[in-house]
Design a protein around this ligand. Structure first.
Ligand SMILES: Cc1cc2nc3c(=O)[nH]c(=O)nc-3n(C[C@H](O)[C@H](O)[C@H](O)COP(=O)(O)OP(=O)(O)OC[C@H]3O[C@@H](n4cnc5c(N)ncnc54)[C@H](O)[C@@H]3O)c2cc1C
Length: 443
């Protein structure tokens, strides 16, 4: 075996070996290198454009990518501007528009681009960042703890034998199925598994080009946004055991002529699928291993926060090193603490929003009524909701305050007949139970 465990002075070859070159891995590598750490980034081989995954990046993430020098790569790859969300519900004639421009002190646009183009662009950006060595044909096989850090066993496609590299610490950016996380005995909880079906529709007449569309009309939302000048991504959520086809009830939520375009696209274009499950690890650091991105938790794609959270993780981890010589223990303790509340907030927000938009039963009709009334009446409400979605605001007290405010607005639904008086006690009880479920799942 080809072994390079240390330099001539006996120091580790790298400060960090980052395992995985997806959004979390590339941005973590660049963020750590910008702090003066020596980084090796290993990617086993980026998935092709057949993978259905994140394509919409909120403005705060776009800003961070710009600060890291990675935005030009995405722009060169054809990133489209994203202006916010248009939310369609059957109860309302017109969609509710939530525009990023309402977030004060933030950029007014995010970006949208096919997932494979995002990951390739970020990895290309990492390659030209000083301080990073990128091996984009390298699978990390095992990590063994040593006195000064870790020995990492790596197999490159171009080499016949695996080699061992020494590093002060390892970053697992392997995605939700992270093996190193399990090897480090970090426990996880998984729940709500379903499948997303996606198509890229050419020349679709999306009602508000440049906006992320959420069509609510059935048990789950339909998501659509432009990923290039001529193509629109549309995604449907179906139960895991259901046939791989779009239920009529979901298609019915789309307005014409967009619905006809989508039906044509479904008939003519290849389908991509992704299995999705909520995931909560018990912690995100072990002795010399830090976990970032999806390896550190996943939340419903409706809030489009996965990649934004990957990028915030990269910043949180790098900021935990006040200098390249900060001890790994000290930095990991900071990282663990700085991530706890944002992850909790995001994990509670995702399912609560999905239920508020799509939940059936009087309790959800009430919350939905309250949410839209809040957005109609309060500019600050729209700004805070968007800030929470965009991972710009991640304080738990803010989420609780917003939730309580929405419930307050929901009360007017009783006077306007959204629920019948006799339904109210049951609805209030089930809502309380549901709320404690969001908290339990996020904790
Ligand atoms: C249908 C769907 C829609 C979504 N929509 C959005 C959205 O609009 N906006 C948004 O922000 N998020 C969205 N997300 C979430 C987003 O896709 C993820 O949060 C994000 O891609 C996670 O990135 P990651 O780098 O953590 O993991 P991954 O993308 O899974 O990357 C992990 C990488 O690690 C590599 N790897 C694994 N093991 C090894 C190893 N041993 N050695 C070397 N390399 C290894 C893999 O090859 C892979 O490239 C969506 C997700 C789904 C499923």
């Amino acid at each position: 075996m080809h072994t390079v465990t240390s330099d001539t002075l006996g120091h580790a070859m790298y400060d960090a070996v980052v395992v995985g070159g997806g959004v979390a891995g590339s941005t973590s590598a660049v963020s750590l290198a910008k702090k003066g750490l020596r980084v090796l980034l290993c990617e086993a081989g980026l998935p092709s454009n057949r993978r259905l995954a994140g394509e919409l990046l909120h403005p705060p993430a776009t800003r961070t990518l710009d600060e890291l020098g990675l935005l030009p790569e995405l722009e060169a790859a054809g990133a489209m501007p994203a202006y916010g969300f248009a939310i369609f519900t059957p109860e309302r004639e017109k969609p509710t528009m939530l525009s990023y421009s309402e977030i004060r002190g933030e950029r007014s646009t995010g970006i949208a681009l096919e997932h494979a183009s995002i990951t390739h662009a970020l990895l290309t950006g990492a390659k030209r960042t000083p301080g990073i060595t990128v091996w984009d044909d390298a699978r990390v096989l095992a990590v063994e703890q040593t006195e000064g850090g870790n020995d990492v066993r790596i197999q490159r496609k171009s080499e016949s034998e695996a080699r061992t590299i020494s590093t002060r610490f390892v970053v697992s950016a392997e995605g939700r199925k992270s093996k190193l996380r399990s090897q480090a005995d970090i426990g996880i909880r998984e729940h709500t598994t379903f499948r997303m079906l996606g198509w890229k529709i050419p020349n679709a007449r999306l009602p508000y080009p440049g906006y992320g569309h959420v069509f609510v009309g059935s048990h789950s939302p339909v998501l659509a946004y432009q990923v290039s000048r001529t193509e629109t991504r549309v995604m449907f959520e179906v139960p895991l055991d259901a046939p791989l086809e779009v239920p009529r009830s979901l298609l019915a939520a789309l307005p014409e002529p967009f619905r006809s375009d989508v039906e044509r696209g479904i008939a003519e274009q290849p389908r991509t699928t992704a299995r999705f499950c909520g995931l909560h690890p018990s912690r995100v650091t072990a002795e010399k291993l830090a976990v970032v991105g999806d390896a550190g938790g996943c939340v419903h794609p409706l809030i489009a926060s996965g990649m934004s959270f990957c990028i915030s993780d990269a910043a949180r981890l790098a900021n935990a090193f006040s200098s390249p010589t900060t001890s790994v223990e000290e930095a990991f303790a900071k990282y663990e603490t700085s991530r706890r509340q944002p992850m909790f907030t995001r994990s509670a927000l995702g399912p609560a929003l999905v239920d508020a938009l799509c939940g059936e039963g009087p309790e959800f009709r009430l919350v939905r009524h309250g949410l839209f009334r809040y957005w109609d009446r309060s500019m600050r409400g729209r700004e805070t909701s968007l800030s929470l979605l965009a991972c710009r605001e991640s304080s738990l007290p803010t989420l609780i305050r917003e939730y309580v405010t929405v419930c307050g607005f929901a009360m007017t639904g009783m006077a306007t007949g959204v629920v019948k008086p006799q339904e109210l006690p049951g609805a209030a009880f089930r809502l309380l139970k549901k709320t404690s479920g969001y908290i339990r799942n996020a904790a």
